[in-house]
Design a protein around this ligand. Structure first.
Ligand SMILES: O=C(O)COP(=O)(O)O
Length: 225
């Protein structure tokens, strides 16, 4: 059966509060190398543009040259731990019920995250939402990452011709959606650093209980393919 629409989700800060998990993996790698650990609020601010950006921020923060052998060893230790980091990943309230409702309403569900695929799959499986997504495009799936629109286009094209909506929490997500020409629905309890209206979303929401109704509005507003 053809889907009524496709909804693509961001992962970190949208479906899953993953900042504590990322901090745990990072601090494990830093401690292994005798380096100071970093606080949660700081690490949360580094999330959104994938691992290379995160590690650039860490390097600047601890005053290490990113091309030094020790820093490369920290990055490798982080990536190895991150790929299997389960603890510290928490679904936002109402996510499972909202995904179930959408699936029962014949909405195709996809995921587009700057997290590497192995780390993304670990989180999806650990939180029990892996099976909802027919398409997953991750931070190492393509040569570019969000905010470049390619990842969103790749996800959308694999999901079929139905109208497509992107749900995310951050500046990076808004920029990617606008560049891709895909309507952007902003979840406001994530890792955004600026005011919601500055991200020019199609709509905003702060409760997953409202998602089904918003997707229903989207289907009514959008011309069908
Ligand atoms: O890995 C990151 O930095 C962010 O991942 P996200 O695209 O799911 O927010």
């Amino acid at each position: 059966m053809t889907s009524v629409c496709s909804v693509i989700f961001d992962l970190d800060g949208t479906l899953v509060d993953s900042a504590a998990a990322i901090q745990l993996a990072l601090n494990h790698a830093l401690s292994l190398h005798g380096l100071p650990v970093l606080p949660l609020d700081l690490v949360r601010g580094f999330i959104g543009r994938g691992v290379p950006h995160l590690m650039d921020c860490v390097g600047r923060q601890i005053g290490m040259d990113p091309s030094s052998a020790q820093f490369i060893s920290v990055s490798n230790a982080f990536s190895a731990r991150y790929a299997r980091q389960q603890h510290g990943n928490l679904l936002f309230d109402g996510v499972i019920e909202a995904l179930q409702d959408l699936q029962e309403s014949n909405v195709a569900l996809g995921l587009c995250t700057n997290k590497p695929m192995d780390a993304a799959r670990t989180v999806l499986q650990h939180t029990g939402i892996d099976a909802f997504f027919s398409v997953v495009v991750a931070g190492d799936s393509l040569p570019t990452r969000k905010p470049d629109p390619e990842m969103l286009w790749a996800a959308r094209d694999r999901m079929g011709p139905a109208p497509c909506l992107y749900v995310g929490d951050s500046e990076v997500d808004a920029e990617a959606a606008h560049a891709a020409g895909i309507p952007f629905l902003l979840y406001t309890r994530g890792y955004r650093k600026i005011a919601a209206e500055e991200l020019a979303p199609w709509r905003i929401f702060d409760d997953f209980g409202a998602l089904g109704g918003l997707v229903g509005c989207f289907v009514k507003e959008m011309p069908q393919a």
